[in-house]
Design a protein around this ligand. Sequence first.
Ligand code: GLP
Length: 239
Amino acid sequence: MKIVVGTREEIAKKAAARYEKLLNERPNAVLGFATGSTPLDLYGELINLNKAGRLSFAEVTSFNLDEYVGLDGTHDQSYRYFMNENLFNHVDIRKECTFVPSGLDVSDEKAAQYDEAIKAAGGIDVQLLGIGNNGHIGFNEPNTPFGSITHVVELTQNTREVNSRFFASIDEVPTHAVTMGIKTVMNAKSIILVALGKAKAPIIRETVLGEVTPKVPASVLQLHPEVEIYLDYEAASLL
Ligand code: GLP
C-alpha cells in the first residue's frame, strides 16, 4: 500500500495527477468511479485538467461502484445523477460509455451482469474508492464475503443514518442498494482510496494496520498489489 498524506487540496491535486498520467499513457482506460462527498475535490481537479486540455475522457469507459435501489437516474440523490452533475456533464466523456448499476428492476442475476460488462470492457484500470465509517467500500457492508461480485444489499442502519444528511428524512433513504462486490473491486488493476476528516481516522487505522477481515471490508485492500491511499492530515492522524 502506498500512502499519500497532505492537505485536502494537495491530495486532490496528487490524485488528479495520477489520472493525468494514466489517461495520457492509456487514453482508452477503464475507470471505476465512486460517489460520496470525498471524491468531489478530485472530480473538480479532473474537470479543471480536462478544460485545460491536459487530459481527455473522450475514449474512456467508466463503471460506478453502486446505486440506490428504487431511485432512477433523474432522482437528485441517485448516484447516476451525482456523476452527471459532478463530473460527466463537465468533461468530454461519452455518456453512453459511462455505466452505473441500475437501481430499478434489480435482481442478483441482473447485478451479476455488471461484472460481465466490466470484464467485456477489459477490466477496470483504476478503481476509485471512498470509505464508510464502518469500513464499507461501495456499499459492501461489514461481513460481506470477499468473494462477492455485484449484488443487491440491504443497507445497515448506520449507513442509512450517515447518508440521511442528503435526504429530507431518514425514511426517504433507500433500504437497499446494488453494489460491485469485494471481488469486483479487487479485480481492478489498481485502486485509489481517498479519505478525509477526523471521523475517518479510526477506520483508516483499522484498514491499513488492522487484521484483514470481512468485519472491516476495506481491510481486504491490504491483499491488493497496487493500492494508493490518499489521506488528509486528519484522516491520517491515527496512523
Ligand atoms: C456511501 C457510498 C460509498 C462512500 C461512502 C462514504 O455510502 N456508497 O461509496 O465511500 O458513502 O461517503 P463520504 O465520502 O460522503 O464520506
